[in-house]
Design a protein around this ligand. Structure first.
Ligand SMILES: [Zn+2]
Length: 562
């Protein structure tokens, strides 16, 4: 069926394009200087705003909030992982963890058809929404990431080198040339994939996302940034990030050409990005500050018998999670050669003396801190109630007072309590404290040589960081022209997309229709509608197999996320 059929004028279609980790800090100057002519035209003819992401500003919660209009306390995706036993045995989040419908689920309930390409948490792909192709958090190496299944054969036949993801093994080997070439080639594949769907599928909502920029910015930032401490001078990688933006801009031009006339465009990122100068190994800091106690390394290396039965049950729990990252008790001489980003919580868990530990950081980058709470953690120490509040407040204040001894500058700019950030029935799934570091500092959960370590000592170390503010750009007949708006919230995206589709929003959504972006006369003629009865969420009983969890873990590990 052709997208250009006779219904084109009567239907309210919406085209949403995501560029993961895009920041106005880079996009605006490049749009103004002509490097990104297509984005430049949309900026002149539409409205744009900074888009405030979730905390932590990570890909799975960010995109999930954009697509549900809700905060993680309602949709239940806080991180790459879901908490288990207080976060001690993390497992990757899956669509079964979602507790809120996404816009394409809502569109399907109204009989509308969506094409959803490369969004997180879309494996297994759901053919009932229309077309769905899996994105990040799809197990590495699976074949069935396209729905309907027959579409995959068509895409494979038409697009040379058709595949799911970038090959992170080149990164592990420190081969940045191969990683860059693979990333640009995957962008070619994904552009052809989107163009095929635009031309040959029938759709009301088209939502396509590219995650590749996020990966490139993590690993290539220092090569373009003369102010980065690990900037090596001009060289072959200096324009990788700019050139990827330009490739995306050319792809966007082709996609816009393929849209039915009058289709509004929503362009966004899930969070922004910034230089990463310094790693904060928060477990080291917690230990230095007296909130966490470590056993001597020798005791851990002698084996589980030496560290007690409880540590053993913890390791068994990790093993049951099937993540393939059960602590490897490697000798210290070898460990020095391991990149610091791979020193994950699971690898230091057996060294923690829980009987003297009041707070810890259990999982992936950007995550928060947990109190070792009695009745929640397996060896909880801190009593619920007044003692919990006292420890949490002491920890919060110590973090806010923390200065980089080299510069005297604050390492941490804000520390939030869980209940100040998350609202909703699943808010308890978030950490007790959420830490916002200074712009060039990234908090990681593993143990390093010391609390603060410079970034960029090896090719596989990240030198680009996430920033909380991403981008939002709206363009179309209903949208005002050439205006910059104050900051919008990422939860505003779903209600605004629903409005443009002609559908009501949910009263339970945290976001709102961005009416200030719309032409007043058109808004007056068609005011936003609110659904008092929340849209239903189709239950998913899907569970990843242990093998699939291990494959997701490998993917995340390959990208330096654990
Ligand atoms: Zn992202």
């Amino acid at each position: 069926m052709s997208a250009g059929n006779g219904h084109a004028r009567a239907r309210r279609r919406v085209f949403v394009v995501g560029l993961d980790a895009a920041t106005w800090d880079l996009v605006l100057p490049w749009a103004e200087s002509g490097v990104l002519p297509t984005v430049g035209r949309l900026l002149r003819e539409g409205v744009h705003a900074p888009l405030r992401s979730t905390l932590p500003a990570l890909t799975p919660p960010g995109w999930t909030s954009a697509a549900t209009g809700r905060n993680p306390g309602k949709h239940n995706v806080f991180n790459f992982y879901r908490g288990r036993a207080g976060g001690l045995a993390p497992a990757p989040v899956t669509p079964a963890d979602l507790r809120s419908p996404r816009v394409w689920d809502i569109a399907a309930q109204h009989g509308l058809r969506s094409v959803v390409l490369r969004m997180p948490l879309t494996y297994p792909p759901d053919p009932s929404v229309g077309v769905m192709i899996g994105g990040i958090m799809t197990p590495k190496g699976v074949d069935d990431f396209v729905a309907p299944g027959a579409l995959k054969a068509t895409l494979e036949a038409r697009i040379p080198g058709y595949r799911m993801e970038v090959d992170a093994s080149s990164l592990k080997a420190g081969d940045l040339d191969a990683f860059r070439d693979d990333a640009f080639d995957l962008q070619r594949v994904q552009t052809e994939e989107a163009l095929h769907c635009l031309r040959h599928e029938d759709w009301d909502l088209f939502w396509v996302m590219s995650h590749t920029l996020d990966k490139l910015q993590h690993f290539f930032w220092r090569y373009m940034d003369p102010e980065h401490p690990a900037y090596p001078g001009p060289g072959p990688y200096q324009h990788v990030i700019r050139d990827f933006h330009a490739a995306f801009d050319r792809a966007l031009a082709r996609m816009l050409e393929a849209l039915p006339a009058g289709t509004p465009v929503v362009m966004l990122s899930d969070h922004g990005s910034a230089p990463l100068h310094t790693y904060l190994h928060v477990m080291n800091w917690l230990s230095d500050a007296g909130f966490l106690a470590l056993r001597r390394e020798g005791a851990a290396r002698r084996g589980l018998a030496a560290v007690g039965v409880d540590a053993k049950s913890l390791v068994c729990g990790l093993r049951r999670a099937g993540l393939g990252w059960v602590p490897k008790l490697v000798p210290r001489s070898l460990r020095r050669q391991v990149p610091q980003s791979s020193m994950s919580f699971a690898r230091v868990a057996t060294r923690i003396d829980w009987s003297r530990t009041r707070a810890y950081c259990p999982s992936a980058p950007g995550s928060g801190l947990w109190i070792n709470l009695r009745g929640r953690e397996p060896e909880g120490l801190v009593a619920p109630g007044a003692e919990f509040e006292r420890v949490r407040e002491a920890l919060r204040r110590r973090l806010l007072d923390y200065r980089d001894p080299r510069t005297g500058e604050s390492v941490v700019v804000a520390v939030h309590r869980r209940e100040d950030i998350y609202r909703g029935p699943f808010a308890e799934g978030g950490p007790d404290l959420l830490v916002e570091t200074a712009r060039t500092v990234c908090m990681v959960e593993g143990l390093g040589a010391q609390a603060l370590m410079p970034a960029g000592r090896s090719p596989e170390e990240r030198t680009g960081n996430h920033a909380r503010d991403g981008i939002l750009l709206l363009w179309g007949d209903d949208v005002r022209r050439g205006e910059r708006l104050p900051r919008a919230a990422i939860e505003d995206v779903a209600p605004t997309v629903l409005y443009l589709l002609g559908l009501a929003t949910d009263a339970d959504m945290d976001g709102r229709v961005l009416t200030e972006a719309l032409v007043p006369e058109r808004l007056a003629a068609r005011p936003p509608l609110v659904n008092e009865q929340p849209y239903a969420l189709k239950e998913s009983s899907f569970r990843y197999s242990e093998d699939d969890e291990r494959k997701i873990q490998e993917m995340l590990e390959g990208l330096g996320y654990v």
